[in-house]
Design a protein around this ligand. Structure first.
Ligand code: C5P
Length: 400
């Protein structure tokens, strides 16, 4: 999987930097080409001589080489790499990456990186648990970076807890797992709906819901990283896409989403309908702001929105695959199976509002995938990025 892959290995100032030599060795053994970029603090823990002797390439550390003025282009490295792995990643580097503080070669390279980025944190348990570190890691996750969770065990501080950099063998396993999925969806085109819809009441008000779009965006990134061409039709969300092949179409209302989805569906192989589409919209839109009349009740008449999933289910041709979502509060599986059948879906992803960490706005989700033959796959609570991978695995099986 790693043969011929070009890896930028970022090393920062943690005691775990000694493991970076072994990681370099493993990557080279697997046939990868490795370019080390090290921070000034990283050099305090492992010498560039060791690393350059292993890789056969000068280690990049400063913006230029002092003795001959050779300029090192972080932009070139960003274009050259098939992946960037930052192992070990200290709290400080994680903070700089999350906030764009580009004061060393490693962070500038990170900011120019076009390839997927893997981050293996290494720090003391309290530093790892600190809200600042956790917020920065969440930010990095939201940028589409992959966090290689630290292990729990003995730390250099003689304390015991979560913060040990994951072992090099496991880091390599995670990289291999990632690349094994690459290109599995090449030549496939997938449309994804994401986020909430806003149904206008007047020029300043709408009826909406709490959907953040995180699940749909994670699905779009997962499909794109496997080589699919992705059309992401999204309601109003505060997220951005990373992968260059994702074509993003922003809409506001269910009607707009419906139009775009119907237009796109004709020439795609699959659809993942993740959007929390409003079932109803106001019957009338008030051109002027609706005024408060003291003491009087106000009723808004609602009319149904089009059901995008059901419409695509009707249009579906042989070979096309549609996955839907069901967010339920009661009789979960029964309701989800009902939707699966009614909307002519190929599978449905159930998440229950009764599960902690599942549903809207969280970074995690807990899903069950239900199939038309009543079979099901139950998954544990995972990050939305990993959940997206599980869902795309099913899509891939059906599209093969
Ligand atoms: O019926 P319910 O809204 O629970 O169905 C959920 C599934 O149907 C989701 O996949 C959602 O994206 C899709 N849906 C849709 N258009 C609607 C309502 C739901 O595509 N108007």
């Amino acid at each position: 999987m790693l043969k011929g892959k070009k890896i930028v290995l970022g090393i920062t100032g943690s005691i775990a930097a000694y493991k970076a030599a072994y990681l370099t060795r493993l990557l080279l053994k697997k046939g990868a080409e490795v370019q080390v970029v090290i921070t000034p603090a990283g050099k305090e823990f492992i010498t560039p001589v060791t690393l350059s002797a292993l890789t056969g390439k000068p280690v990049v550390s400063g913006f230029f080489t002092a003795n001959d003025g050779t300029w090192h282009s972080h932009v070139d490295l960003g274009l050259w790499a098939d992946a960037m792995v930052i192992a070990p990643a200290t709290a400080s580097t994680i903070g700089k990456m999350a906030n764009g503080i580009a004061d060393n070669m490693l962070v500038t390279t990170y900011l120019s990186m076009k390839a997927p980025v893997f981050i293996a944190p290494a720090m003391d348990l309290d530093m790892y648990a600190h809200p600042s570190t956790q917020r920065n890691l969440d930010l990095l996750r939201s940028f589409g970076n992959l966090i290689i969770e630290p292990a729990t065990g003995f730390l250099a501080s003689k304390l015991e807890g979560k913060g040990r950099m994951e072992e090099p063998d496991e880091i390599v396993n995670q990289l291999e797992a990632f690349f094994s999925k690459e290109n599995k969806l090449s030549k496939k085109k997938i449309v994804i709906t994401a986020g909430p819809t806003y149904e206008k009441l007047d020029p300043v008000r709408y009826i909406g819901n709490y959907s953040s779009g995180k699940m749909g965006f994670a699905l779009a990134e997962a499909c794109a990283s496997r080589g699919a061409e992705v059309i992401l039709i999204t309601g109003p969300v505060g997220l951005s896409v990373n992968h260059p092949v994702i074509k993003r179409i922003d809409v506001e209302s269910a009607d707009e989403m419906y139009e775009e989805a119907i237009r796109s569906f004709r020439d795609v192989d699959g659809a993942i309908l993740c959007a929390a589409v409003a079932d109803y919209k106001p019957a009338l839109f008030s051109e002027n702001k609706i005024k408060r009349k003291t003491g009087e009740r106000l009723s808004v008449e609602l009319v149904p929105n089009p059901d995008i999933a059901a419409a695509l289910g009707k249009m579906k041709k042989k070979g096309q695959v549609i996955a839907g979502f069901a967010l339920e509060t009661n009789d979960e599986e029964k309701n989800a199976l009902n939707k699966l059948e009614r909307k002519n879906l190929d599978f449905i992803v159930l998440n229950s509002m009764n599960d902690a960490g599942a549903g809207f706005r969280t970074d995690t989700n807990k899903i069950t995938i239900l199939f038309p033959d009543n079979s099901k796959k139950v998954f544990p609570l995972k990050s939305k990025t990993t959940v997206a991978d599980d869902i795309v695995d099913e899509m891939e099986n059906l599209l093969m």
